[in-house]
Design a protein around this ligand. Structure first.
Ligand SMILES: Nc1ncnc2c1ncn2[C@@H]1O[C@H](COP(=O)(O)OP(=O)(O)OP(=O)(O)O)[C@@H](O)[C@H]1O
Ligand SMILES: [Mg+2]
Length: 402
């Protein structure tokens, strides 16, 4: 049997449980298959490898935290959240860890910050022994739909703690003095129990400053907030989130030990998200590249929505979810999107052949003609012709002129 020696090495590595060795041997097999022109088999191997890394990302391993670091009573579903005395509105919502929060995907910097924070909690005892505490306050900021709220849930879940999410609307009262009292009550509640306190859409409190009639009130609110943030440091973890970091009072900003910007995903993260959101359809590298090439600057939430629409389109067209069907569906979905201002995406929406010609002429996409053919349902000789014809040029000029 051809390649039997490599298959044998793969089996050996698998039996010793050495994943790195398995991957190395699989790459060897891939290289040999590619050399002998077995492109379909190469694509299948790639899909298997992608799917297994992704599955691993989804299984978070919880951090064991010392009870000496997080004090307080245990929150149970029977505990009632505090309420606004005048309106009866709840001041917070309580979520319990359920093991279902997927691991967020981001660029290296954000990844390192979050892993670093969780690492500190993992080694909390060692840190305390030299007189420092793990990071207890985190401010997350960035554009909409980039996974900020998801990140907070992920952290709480990793620490195995319930999350108390402030309802900013519930906190803000039209009664003078009540907002400050609500904030104090909320923090008292969070400090009493072992939990992560989440102040989502945090800028809503800061926005009150825009109202000239509220100057006295807002000063009181900001002061209460600062005092409570300071007091909170002795207890659990506090995460604040905002889309509008510019609106936050600098004194509030300073209260947070770590400030994390989460932006739209860059290439690697974007591809990982596309793979995740297209599941359970398993896709190969070339298809992921084509999707990613058309969707730069999109948030994780956008990618999720687009991939969902693509899956719907494939099913409604009663097609097998192969690369060619996904390519057609992506083109349809892009065609229905308003304000499609990314030129490659517009070209794909308008003319498949021009798109093939575009990517065949763009080394940045990193795909050879065989891969382009596979991802777009085009024969290799057609890709080669389209490459020479440079069909995309006129369309690109027209789009750029608009
Ligand atoms: N970085 C990411 N990793 C994984 N999934 C993501 C990511 N970004 C967005 N998503 C997907 O989009 C959904 C919405 O994300 P989330 O609510 O966390 O965004 P957000 O940054 O809080 O947005 P907003 O500022 O509008 O509140 C998530 O539940 C997840 O399915
Ligand atoms: Mg959010």
């Amino acid at each position: 049997m051809e390649h039997f020696a490599v298959v044998q090495s793969i089996i050996k590595a698998a039996l010793t449980g050495d994943e790195a060795a398995v991957r190395k041997q699989v790459s060897r097999l891939e290289a040999r298959l590619r050399k002998s022109g077995a492109n379909k088999e190469v694509a299948t191997l790639e899909r298997l490898l992608n799917a297994s890394s992704e599955a691993k990302d989804l299984v978070p391993s919880q951090v064991e935290i010392s009870r000496a670091l997080i004090t307080g009573e245990t929150l149970t579903p029977e505990v009632h959240p505090p309420i606004d005395r005048e309106t009866g509105a709840m001041l917070c919502l309580i979520d319990f860890p359920n093991g279902e929060t997927p691991k967020p995907v981001y660029g290296r910097a954000a990844q390192e910050t979050i892993e670093g924070l969780l690492g500190e909690w993992r080694n909390g005892g060692a840190l305390q022994a030299i007189g420092v505490e793990p990071t207890r306050s985190l401010l997350v900021y960035g554009p909409p739909g980039t996974g900020k709220t998801l990140t907070a849930h992920y952290i709480a879940e990793q620490l195995g703690l319930p999350m108390v999410t402030a309802r900013i609307d519930g906190l803000i009262s039209s009664f003078l003095g009540t907002t400050a009292r609500n904030i104090a009550n909320l923090f008292d509640f969070a400090n009493r129990y072992a939990c992560v306190l989440l102040l989502d859409e945090f800028d809503a409190l800061a926005k009150l400053r825009d109202d000239p009639h509220e100057i006295g009130e807002i000063k009181r609110v900001v002061n209460t907030l600062l005092q409570n943030l300071d007091r909170r440091r002795a207890f659990g973890i506090t995460i604040a989130i905002t889309n509008h970091d510019g609106l936050l009072d600098p004194a509030v900003w300073r209260r947070f030990e770590t400030q994390l910007f989460i932006g739209e995903p860059e290439n690697v993260a974007r591809e990982a998200l596309i793979i995740r959101f297209l599941e359970p359809i398993i896709v190969d590298k070339a298809t992921v590249r084509v999707f990613s090439y058309c969707l730069p600057g999109r948030s994780g939430a956008d990618l999720e929505r687009i991939c969902r629409s693509v899956k719907r389109s494939v099913v409604m067209a009663s097609e097998e979810p192969d690369a060619s069907a996904l390519f057609k569906a992506l083109s349809q979905v892009l065609g229905r999107m308003p304000k499609l201002d990314h030129a490659p995406a517009r070209i794909l929406a308008e003319d498949h052949q021009a798109f093939v010609s575009l990517i065949a002429n763009d080394p940045d996409i990193g795909l050879d003609q065989t891969e382009i053919g596979r991802a777009t349902g085009t024969t290799q000789s057609r890709v080669s012709t389209l490459k020479k014809e440079r069909r995309h040029v006129d369309l690109m000029e027209r789009i750029n002129a608009q």
